[in-house]
Ligand binder design. Structure first.
Ligand SMILES: *Cc1c(COP(=O)(O)O)cnc(C)c1O
Length: 378
C-alpha cells in the first residue's frame, strides 16, 4: 500500500535527472565513470580529510571493512545489539561471532560501560575481541569520546556503522570519521540516497587502496585478468553515483529540514504526557534521519503497536525501533552483555514520519490523531 504519509520518502529537488542523463550519455553505466570519482571527492571534502570509497551498499561496506580489519573464522567482534541486522550479519559472513552489547538510555546507542565489561569478560575467557561495531541509530551519535577511549585503552579498532548518520556530528566532527573505518549507506530510505549505495571511509591510505582493489574483484593491473586474492563486486555504479552527487549537493538542506521536523515534533508534543524523545548530548548533532519517540503505556494508556495500527489505518507509516539482535531467532545463541535497555526501547518506541518534505500541516494531522487516542484515557 502506498502511504499518504510515508516514514522516509526520497526527495529529488536538484540535479538528479540531469546527472543520470549525463551518465547514460557517457556510456559509462557500471563501475567506471566520472560520477564515481566525483562522488568520492565531494563526500571526502564534505566530511574533511577522510578518504572515501564508493560502494554498492552499506552492507557491502561493512563486509569489506571487516575483511580489511582482518576478521576471519573463529574471531569475535563486539557489536551493538540495538541495530539493524546488517550491522552484524557481515561478521557471520566471515565465519566470526558477534558479541552483543546493550545500549545506554541517553543516545540509545552502545553503552561504553557495558562495552568495557564485555571486553574484559572476553579477554578473561582468552577471546579478545578483534573489533567493535558501533552504530549511530536514527542519526543520533553514540558516545564516541568514551568509546574511542576504550578502543585505544584495549587496542581494539572501532568500525563505525554510520549508515543512518550521514551529516551527524560529535564536537563538530562527522560521524563515520572517528573509527579506524567508518561506513555510510545511501539506500533509498536514508537521508540522502544513490538508489542503492554505500561508502567506506578511512584516514588510512592503505585501507582505501586495498578497499578499491578488493571491491573490484581484486583485479591486478595487467592487460589480462589475473587474481592473487578473492575479491568482490562491491563498487558503486556510475548511474548510482550520478544520483548520489546530486543528493550530496543537497545534504546540508536535508539535515536542516529533518532537524526542523524533529524540533516541530518536540514543540507540538511538549504537553503530551508519557512521551519522550531520543535526545542529543550537549556535544553532538544528529541529522535526525528519523524522529523517534518512546510511549509509556502506563501513562498514555496505549501501546506503540496500537498507535502504529491506528496511524496505519489513516495512511500514516510509522515503524517500531530495531528489535535488538540478541533477541533475534538467528542470534539466539550469541553472547550478550547488558540488561533490558534496548529491549525496553523496542517495546516502547515508534519512529515517526520524517521525510525531508514533510509539512507542518502533515505533522499537525499526525499529532491530532495521536492526541485523540491519548485523550481517551484521561
Ligand atoms: C541501512 C543500514 C545498513 C545497511 O545499508 P544498506 O545500504 O541497506 O546495505 C547498515 N546498518 C544500519 C544501521 C542501517 O540502517
Amino acid at each position: 500500500m502506498a502511504y499518504q504519509i510515508p516514514l522516509s520518502f526520497p526527495v529529488f529537488e536538484g540535479n538528479e535527472s540531469l546527472y543520470v542523463q549525463e551518465a547514460m550519455n557517457s556510456g559509462h553505466l557500471s563501475t567506471n565513470g566520472f560520477f564515481i570519482n566525483k562522488f568520492e571527492t565531494k563526500l571526502g571534502r564534505k566530511i574533511k580529510t577522510h578518504q572515501v570509497v564508493a560502494l554498492n551498499s552499506g552492507t557491502s561496506a561493512l563486509h569489506l571493512a571487516l575483511v580489511l580489519l582482518g576478521i576471519g573464522p573463529g574471531d569475535e567482534v563486539i557489536c551493538q545489539s540495538f541495530t539493524f541486522c546488517a550491522s552484524a550479519n557481515p561478521i557471520v559472513y566471515l565465519g566470526a561471532t558477534p558479541v552483543f552489547v546493550d545500549s545506554e538510555k541517553e543516545t540509545w546507542n552502545m553503552s561504553p560501560e557495558l562495552l568495557e565489561d564485555a571486553i574484559l569478560s572476553r579477554i578473561s575467557l582468552g577471546r579478545k575481541p578483534k573489533a567493535i561495531v558501533v552504530v549511530h541509530l536514527f542519526g543520533m551519535p553514540a558516545k564516541m569520546k568514551e568509546i574511542m577511549a576504550i578502543s585505544e585503552k584495549y587496542n581494539i579498532p572501532v568500525l563505525e556503522d554510520a549508515a543512518e548518520a550521514v551529516g551527524s556530528k560529535v564536537d563538530g566532527k562527522f560521524c563515520g570519521t572517528f573509527g579506524k573505518i567508518g561506513i555510510y549507506s545511501f539506500n533509498g530510505n536514508k537521508i540522502i540516497t544513490s538508489g542503492g549505495g554505500g561508502a567506506l571511509i578511512s584516514d588510512d591510505a592503505g585501507v582505501i587502496e586495498k578497499s578499491k582493489y578488493l571491491a573490484s574483484q581484486a583485479r591486478e593491473d595487467l592487460p589480462y585478468y589475473q587474481h592473487l586474492e578473492i575479491g568482490y563486486n562491491y563498487r558503486m555504479t556510475n548511474i548510482s553515483a550520478a544520483v548520489g552527487v546530486a543528493q550530496l549537493e543537497q545534504l546540508d538542506q536535508m539535515v536542516a529540514r529533518r532537524r526542523k521536523i524533529n524540533l516541530q515534533y518536540k514543540e507540538l508534543m511538549k504537553d503530551f504526557p508519557g512521551v519522550t524523545f531520543q535526545e542529543e548530548l550537549d556535544t553532538s548533532e544528529s541529522n535526525y534521519w528519523l524522529t523517534s519517540i518512546l510511549i509509556d503505556e502506563e501513562v498514555t494508556g496505549i501501546s506503540n503497536d496500537k498507535l502504529r495500527v491506528i496511524l496505519f489505518k489513516n495512511g500514516i507509516e510509522t515503524r517500531f525501533l530495531w528489535k535488538p539482535l540478541h533477541l533475534q531467532p538467528i542470534y539466539r545463541k550469541t553472547p550478550y552483555y547488558g540488561g533490558n535497555v534496548s529491549e525496553k526501547l523496542f517495546q516502547e518506541g515508534l519512529c515517526l514520519p520524517s521525510s525531508s518534505n514533510l509539512t507542518l500541516d502533515q505533522q499537525e494531522y499526525i499529532l491530532g490523531l495521536i492526541e485523540k487516542e491519548f485523550r481517551k484515557v484521561f
